[in-house]
Design a protein around this ligand. Sequence first.
Ligand code: PAF
Length: 281
Amino acid sequence: MIFNQQQSLHKELSRYRALQKTIGFVPTMGALHTGHLSLVEKALSQNGIVVVSIFVNPTQFNNASDLQKYPRSLDQDVKLLQTLNGVVLIYAPKPSDLYGKQVISKHYDFGGLENPMEGKFRKGHFDGVGTVLNLLFRAIRPDKAYFGEKDFQQLQVVRKLVQLEKLPVEIVGCPISREPHGLAMSSRNNRLSDTQFEEAGLIYQTLKEVQYKFDQYSVTKLKDWVQKQFSKNAHLELEYFEIAIAKTLKPAVRKRSGNTYRAFIAVFAGEVRLIDNMALN
Ligand code: PAF
């Protein structure tokens, strides 16, 4: 069932609440792929009912052309969700239904999680993500919400958001779904040419190699090595590669024992921006 307005969604949800059903929530920007469907399946396995929001959130885009070109395929998305077993409600609002008259971000202090990597290269991005999720959580009041680890920084920011906003929702992180050659699944992959798609396998191969080399080499050496890998590829341009402490997301300069590290990468394939990350130790 598809809802464009909070009012009718609330009504439907209160029916399920009265039956003591728990509500799982999967927020998306549509152009659904297998990765999204695995989140919805997990949510269905743990809840009485699942809400999937489909909303391309304008306030989290720092680049107008990226927002304009973001893939949109609502009819196809609805069809895909209908193939799943279980009750899935789709919430696909217009900006005014969520935001009211002013489609603007609230400003958040996520304790530094918002500053490096995606925060550095996409100014205001996490204020936009925090704002829309706060509105969605308040509209849906889910028991659990499901996020993919492809956006690992976003996942950490969301955990902080629910603390700051005192939202009674459990955040569940889910493993990255990958294409056979390793590329992390993303709605943006739809915009890649066949060559770009094939070449983008280098992102995963590089992360795997860094994971393998992590014990033997310094952070600086690993970063230099990654730069070189991408400078040799005519189809991909490295935007950043960082090794950061998984919990705080602070970029590491030197490895310290006891810390858990993760590698983070953003790469352009033509105009299409791809991100990925991987646990290192
Ligand atoms: O990860 C996304 O698709 C978006 O950032 C989210 C969580 C749906 C918020 O707009």
